[in-house]
Design a binder for this molecule. Structure first.
Ligand SMILES: Cc1cc2nc3c(=O)[nH]c(=O)nc-3n(C[C@H](O)[C@H](O)[C@H](O)COP(=O)(O)OP(=O)(O)OC[C@H]3O[C@@H](n4cnc5c(N)ncnc54)[C@H](O)[C@@H]3O)c2cc1C
Length: 431
């Protein structure tokens, strides 16, 4: 139980108070009744109450009360060692079982999918509540969900464009951990320039005949399904003949080969398709109309890299400073720079976090901050950073975050063109 949260039966009292760093969400609906209390007087969030009761109590609470409830739920789960430590957007193989358990634990208690509809297993709350969930998870250093590819990318895409049958079939099992997803977008010749993708899904009776290769597909070695972009129209402009498929990874003809990274882990994979017969009902949205949906998914991906990571920044930097002995002027200045940038990002998210135009700015600031933080941490550790350890892992992992979900250069292009309205950079098709 972290200091600062304590439930006093009949009231809700915060001792020491949550930091309130990002709490633009005060005010709201009617005050809730108590959820419950254990023998120590701490709020309970599971107990004998059914999932629906927990949901209806939460739905009536204000944002501030919701924040306290989230912190209490997380603390209770930490007490019983049911949580999984935070790991960012991509589920690392060594935390696979712990993360699967944590997702299921949340789902079984009505705490998964904060803004997803209740009919599909979610809490039926708003995106603002979801932001609170992410912030409290970041403070508690707990993973907010199983993986970004499933809960954010596949889930939002299916909610946006799925048929009733697809929603029924995929959403609840995604929240309950029965389906783990991967994202099959990038190809060896199509990363930043995704529209150049060449994997083909030829229409063949009631099926698509899939051939080609994907790469950097995080968690593909564990995934039951993948969100896939493939070319279905061949005589159309580059971005027009692409379809969005929900691919069953168990189909014959799919081969997954993990790629070892410099961290020593194999989080992502190459995926090969050889005459894979994909049922027609795997199509999400319009035939040949996958590009617009993919763009919306990429926006979600950039948005997913928002403020949550910086909520714990102050604490991480303090820990760094405490670990480092004889901090010189240069390191002190570097830490100050990181703190200032972290605060700027927090303020940006506080003021404009819900504006989709902010997503590339937040993604850029967050991944560059994470990279510089890892670099400064390694510098302050000196020779120790060359040995095995957490700082070394973070240092080796951080460069990938400037590439995953769209590189920093691409974010700058997007900000220039779509946010600032600068002239479009020349495209190869312009000449
Ligand atoms: C850890 C990690 C996890 C990933 N997970 C997934 C996943 O699950 N699914 C998936 O589909 N993909 C995934 N990716 C792939 C990622 O989306 C791509 O690596 C990324 O989009 C860059 O594409 P690329 O590697 O082909 O590099 P390229 O596009 O070839 O870029 C090479 C360099 O050129 C620069 N560049 C390219 N075009 C421009 C331009 N127009 N202006 C300025 N500079 C430019 C880039 O910034 C980069 O520095 C992952 C990547 C990483 C690192």
């Amino acid at each position: 139980m972290p200091s600062g949260y304590r439930y006093v039966p009949g009231t809700r009292e915060t001792i020491g108070g949550p930091s309130g760093v990002l709490d633009p969400l005060e005010g709201g609906l009617a005050a809730p009744g108590p959820v419950g209390a254990d023998s120590r007087g701490f709020a309970t969030y599971t107990g004998s109450m059914g999932v629906d009761t927990v949901r209806s109590v939460i739905a009536k609470s204000t944002f501030a009360e919701f924040r306290i409830d989230v912190a209490g739920f997380l603390a209770e789960a930490q007490d019983t060692a049911d949580t999984c430590p935070a790991y960012g957007a991509i589920l690392p193989p060594n935390l696979h079982h712990q993360a699967m358990h944590w997702q299921r634990y949340c789902y079984d208690r009505g705490w998964a999918g904060v803004h997803w509809p209740a009919e599909h297993g979610g809490m039926g709350l708003t995106r603002a509540h979801n932001l609170v969930w992410h912030e409290e998870c970041a403070k508690a250093e707990v993973a907010p969900y199983l993986n970004l590819q499933g809960i954010v990318l596949a889930g939002e895409a299916i909610m946006r464009a799925g048929t009733a049958e697809q929603r029924e079939r995929f959403l609840r099992p995604t929240l309950s951990n029965e389906i783990l997803w991967c994202q099959l977008f990038s190809e060896p010749e199509a990363g930043s320039d995704l529209g150049s993708l060449r994997s083909s899904a030829l229409i063949d009776g009631g099926h698509f005949r899939l051939n080609g290769q994907k790469v950097w597909s995080s968690n593909a070695q564990f995934a039951q399904y993948g969100i896939l972009l493939a070319r279905t129209g061949f005589d159309q402009a580059k971005h027009k003949g692409i379809s969005f498929l929900l691919l069953d990874m168990a189909l014959p003809g799919i081969e997954v080969r993990p790629i070892k990274q410099m961290t020593g882990d194999a989080e992502f994979c190459e995926v090969f398709f050889d005459e894979v017969l994909v049922p027609g009902d795997a199509l999400l949205g319009e035939l040949h109309g996958g590009w617009a949906l993919a763009m919306a998914v990429l926006e979600d991906e950039r948005g997913g890299a928002g403020a949550a990571g910086v909520v714990s920044l102050q604490r991480r930097l303090e820990a760094m400073r405490n670990r480092a002995t004889n901090l010189g002027d240069v390191e002190r200045q570097q830490l100050t720079d990181l703190v200032s940038r972290g605060r700027a990002l927090q303020s940006l998210m506080e003021l404009h976090g819900e504006d989709p135009k902010i997503a590339p700015v937040a993604k850029l600031m967050n991944s560059e901050l994470g990279y510089d933080e890892a670099r400064v941490e390694a510098t302050t550790q000196g020779a120790g950073a060359m040995l095995d350890g957490d700082a070394t892992d973070r240092f080796l992992y951080a460069p990938g975050m400037r590439i995953a979900g769209g590189t920093s250069e691409i974010q700058r292009n997007i900000i220039g063109e779509r946010v600032l309205g600068l002239p479009r950079e020349p495209r190869s098709s312009d000449s």
